[in-house]
Ligand binder design. Structure first.
Ligand code: NOJ
Length: 734
């Protein structure tokens, strides 16, 4: 019989996590503590043998990527569960304290089954579907030994020229908040330690989406009010509502302070104000970049800044192991701070069950299961945004026997459908739109005309000989994501001309935009019979597109960002502040949308499509908007009601949106703010009462010092089907 008293407290799963953390930290040498603060690819050590030695010495807290090469000239091995287990066994069974390594990887939108890019997922306006999608991704990733993902990214972005706009949830803080919480809950599940859960990471903390000019990595200059009311909101929600386990710092500096050195962000907001108890990882090399920002004296000083600000773990192994000990000796950082930072890392390792279940039992049945593929296909359809339709969609039996030309640069593409963060599925695995269309057309007795030729003259010849044309334009996934920013916000070169050339054929035509973000396509808006934003929707893009084109699914996505008429309008977003020069008091809250900007040199200021906009295959009407109380004390809530009717002839789904205006406050507030949305499905002729409950969360705001205020006075609320709603129903907070 073993003597239970010899089991150290930290190994005893019955003990409370805090006791386990304290016990373990008290046993660790400084070197072992620093080891926990290191995240590495493995390759930093030179070769696999050296990596194994480092594991034995307790020098590795986390591994990133998990399919790294061990030598520069070696190809990627992919993820090997066997290899991960072997390395874990060394950490657990051969190191002095047996602390398991937490394996991290960018599971951003799916793993082996690639899901729609996050911006597309936001377009679904369906947090439950987003949660489920993250859950399935977690199940696939954990079945291959991954414990931790670097998602969700919740950087609000109002400049879609920034390539990383596709990794986030768009321009609106409320939508981003709902999506962020849903994704965190999906990854982490109800129980972070379940074998099919992975730890989530709220990133990039904070302000990265405001990099100036949309230039990746460029500095941001965000005012305090915007920081609190817009940028920080999804992070706060991810921590306080979602219980996110980890947070990643952003690369850029804001107001001259690199995020990885920001005590304001990492201590005052994250830990002191929101009560975060997990750990912060820097972005890749971002500790060292504090020096390159010019915001400290040298590399060693960068470590001082990051440690004191509260960066628990350095991604990737570089400066922490080199300088922490010396900085302690010089009393520029304290060992208490190191203990606090290491405790955060260990806390999450305990909470996610790593000590109890360090190894992975490979479970191929969780990879691309029928359930996961079906969910991904459904979600993709529900993300797609129909921006224009004169009735040509969905294709019905009337197409039987007709010739349909499928043309355009995206018809035969595979890899780009996966989006910019696809690490789990090689491009060749994707089905092309051409392949899916050929099969679908045959099933439905439609004659599909698809050419292999990439030459436009040949493609247009096909178009000319057909009854209907489907033109698939779009961008490569490599044009989006990290390190990608463009000066233009347009379809790639030549594609607008192609739209115009198809118009000149005189054939009815549908434009499908297969891209990470919704580009303005004036030719499609003005001349196409339909325009569908189909996004980079991952593994099931092509199948889901067929479901939508042929009416098996309704495209029920709505725009999570405003589509400008032209890039010169950027930044253009619906929640702008009210300008003083627009002094038509009654109408000012909305007339900038409906009537344009009076101070432009005669140019059109209206966006091409507003935030929240999207059509379905039926029509809806919202009416009878009312509030249950016209006066409330600050602690009370107001219930907003409206009647939604399906006025069309098909069953369909509406995204009912509630917008609020704080008419007069101590500072200028946004013209309107999204405060609620519901996705409602109704049969033709049917109606439903849609309710929103507004509380302090909706009505309050932060002042420049980050104090939460709910000021008395007039509010106006509106309910509709996109952000052009005019909030006009008043109520008063007394
Ligand atoms: C840098 C990116 O900014 C971040 O989003 C990502 O998670 C890390 N690299 C790890 O790949």
């Amino acid at each position: 019989m073993s003597d239970v008293s010899t089991v150290p407290v930290y190994k005893d799963s019955q003990m409370p996590v805090e006791r386990r953390v304290a016990d373990l930290v008290s046993r660790m040498t400084l070197k072992e503590k620093i080891g926990q603060m290191v995240q590495c690819t493995g390759a930093e050590f030179g070769d696999e043998k050296a990596y194994e030695d480092a594991l034995r010495e307790g020098m590795v807290g986390s591994r990133i990527g998990c399919d790294s090469q061990w030598a520069g000239n070696e190809g990627s091995r992919g993820i090997s569960v066997e290899e991960l287990n072997l390395h874990q066994r060394i950490a657990v069974e051969e190191s002095r304290l047996g602390i398991p390594v937490i394996n991290g990887r960018d599971i951003i939108h799916g793993h082996r089954t690639v899901m729609p890019v996050p911006l597309a997922q936001a377009a679904s306006f369906d947090p439950e579907e987003v949660r489920r999608s993250a859950r399935l991704a977690a199940s696939e990733a954990s079945a291959e030994g991954i414990h931790w993902t670097f998602a969700p990214m919740m950087d609000i972005c109002r400049n879609p020229k920034w390539g990383r706009v596709i990794e986030g949830f768009g321009e609106d803080p409320y939508l981003a908040e709902e999506m962020a919480v849903a994704m965190v809950k999906g990854f982490q599940g109800d129980d972070m330690s379940a074998p099919d859960s992975i730890v989530a990471c709220a990133k990039h903390f904070a302000g990265y989406g405001y990099c100036e000019g949309g230039r990746d990595y460029d500095a941001s200059e965000i005012t305090s009010g915007t920081f609190h009311n817009v940028v920080l909101r999804p992070f706060k929600a991810a921590v306080m509502r979602g219980g996110v386990g980890t947070v990643m710092t952003s690369f850029q500096s804001n107001g001259g302070i690199p995020s990885s050195a920001s005590g304001f962000l990492l201590r005052r907001m994250l830990r002191e104000t929101w009560g975060f108890r997990g750990f912060v990882v820097s972005d890749w090399g971002a500790v060292g970049e504090i020096e390159f920002h010019g915001a400290c004296q040298d590399a060693k000083d960068a470590v001082r800044a990051a440690v004191n600000a509260g960066v628990n773990m350095e991604m990737i192994r570089s400066l922490y192991p080199r300088y922490i000990e010396a900085l302690i000796n010089e009393r520029r950082i304290s060992e208490e701070t190191i203990d606090e930072l290491v405790s955060g890392i260990l806390r999450i390792k305990f909470m996610c069950g790593l000590f109890e279940h360090p190894y992975t039992e490979a479970d191929p049945s969780r990879i691309r299961s029928a359930e996961t593929l079906a969910a991904s296909r459904r979600q993709a359809a529900h993300c797609m945004v129909l921006a224009k339709n004169n009735g040509i969609l969905p294709f019905s039996d009337s197409l039987k026997g007709k010739r349909v030309a499928l043309i355009g640069p995206m018809v035969h593409e595979r890899g780009p459908l996966g989006g910019s963060w696809n690490l789990g599925s090689p491009g060749h695995e994707f089905r092309t739109i051409g392949e899916a269309f050929a099969e679908e057309a045959e099933k439905r007795g439609v004659s599909a005309a698809i050419t292999d030729s990439a030459l436009w003259d040949e493609q247009l010849r096909f178009a000319n000989r057909c009854d209907v044309v489907v033109l698939c334009v779009g961008e490569h996934s490599n044009s989006t994501g990290e390190t990608h920013a463009s000066a233009r916000y347009r379809l790639p070169v030549g594609q607008d001309e192609l739209v115009d050339a198809v118009r000149r054929t005189g054939r009815p035509f549908v434009v499908v935009c297969v891209s990470g973000r919704p580009f303005p396509i004036p030719g499609a808006r003005d001349h196409a019979d339909a325009l569908l934003y189909a996004w980079h929707c991952g593994t099931e893009t092509a199948n889901a597109l067929m479901d939508v084109l042929f009416g098996e699914q309704e495209p029920s996505g709505r725009l999570p960002i405003t589509v400008p008429e032209h890039e010169g309008q950027i930044p253009i977003y619906y929640g702008r502040k009210m300008p003083g020069k627009v002094n038509d008091w009654e109408n000012r809250n909305a007339n900038l949308y409906d009537d344009g900007w009076p101070y432009y040199n005669g140019e059109d200021f209206l966006p091409m499509y507003p935030f929240g906009f999207g059509l379905g295959y039926t029509t809806f009407d919202v009416s009878g908007i009312c509030v249950d109380k016209t006066e409330i004390p600050a602690w009370d809530t107001v219930t907003v009601r409206s009647r939604l009717i399906n006025t069309g002839s098909r069953r369909g789904t509406a995204v009912v949106q509630c917008y609020l205006t704080d008419v007069r406050a101590s500072v200028s507030r946004p013209m309107k703010e999204l405060v609620g949305f519901r996705k409602v499905t109704l049969d033709p002729g049917c109606e439903s009462i849609v309710e929103f409950e507004l509380n302090e969360e909706a009505m309050g705001f932060y002042d420049a010092d980050g104090n939460r205020l709910l000021e008395s006075g007039e509010f106006r609320v509106g309910v509709g089907l996109d952000s052009t709603v005019r909030p006009s129903v008043p109520f008063f907070v007394r």
